[in-house]
Design a protein around this ligand. Structure first.
Ligand code: MN
Length: 196
């Protein structure tokens, strides 16, 4: 079966006023959909046409003849993951296991916030900032374009999309404000805990 666009885990206007229904409408309905369509077109009538998104990503990492497939499959996965990283009335300080682990590995929540904001705002051009597990240790990383932690043997726990299409309608060029708002009002820490 071909890859399908997953439904958003909340209503289109559920993240307002922080992310508008207009942004989510374009981002999910046009951008995410285009990655799904492109990946399906690239695998149609090939042995990969029934492969999972994860199989497509892992199977195309660092393969010169599969760059387009990697980019589109990784963007399908990254966006599905990103929607789940947010919820209405989210953000702020975490609880549960992730809270304890952030304290242990970053020396406190504020230090984590600083590191995550720096990664998100210094990613030059399009990409993503991530909280990942590297072995047993938490780490903040940034990736360019479609690149994704699983391509580097890392386990994704949290991400923010810093492609301009993620924030331009609501924040124009103010990426730092978008990232700050993401951390204060949108992060779904329950989802992050469930990834641990
Ligand atoms: Mn995006």
């Amino acid at each position: 079966m071909a890859i399908e666009l997953p439904a958003l885990p909340y209503e289109m206007d559920a993240l307002e006023p922080y992310i508008s229904a207009q942004t989510l409408g374009f981002h999910h309905g046009k951008h995410h959909q285009a990655y799904v369509t492109n990946a399906n077109n690239l695998t149609k009538d090939t042995p990969l046409e029934n492969a999972s998104v994860e199989e497509l990503i892992i199977g195309s990492v660092n393969k010169a003849d599969k760059v387009a497939l990697f980019n589109n499959a990784a963007q399908v996965w990254n966006h599905t993951f990103y929607w789940n990283c947010m919820k209405p009335s989210g953000g702020g300080t975490p609880n549960g296991t992730i809270a304890k682990k952030i304290d242990e590995d970053f020396g406190g929540f504020d230090a984590f916030v600083q590191e995550f904001k720096t990664a998100a705002t210094t990613q030059f051009g399009s990409g993503w900032a991530w909280l990942v597990l590297d072995g047993a240790k938490l780490k903040v990383i940034k990736t360019a374009n479609a690149d994704t932690p699983m391509a580097h043997g890392l386990k994704a726990l949290l991400t923010v999309d810093v492609w301009e299409h993620a924030y331009y309608l609501d924040y124009q060029n103010r990426r730092p404000d978008y990232v700050d708002t993401f951390l204060k009002h949108l992060v779904n820490w329950d989802f992050v805990n469930s990834n641990l």
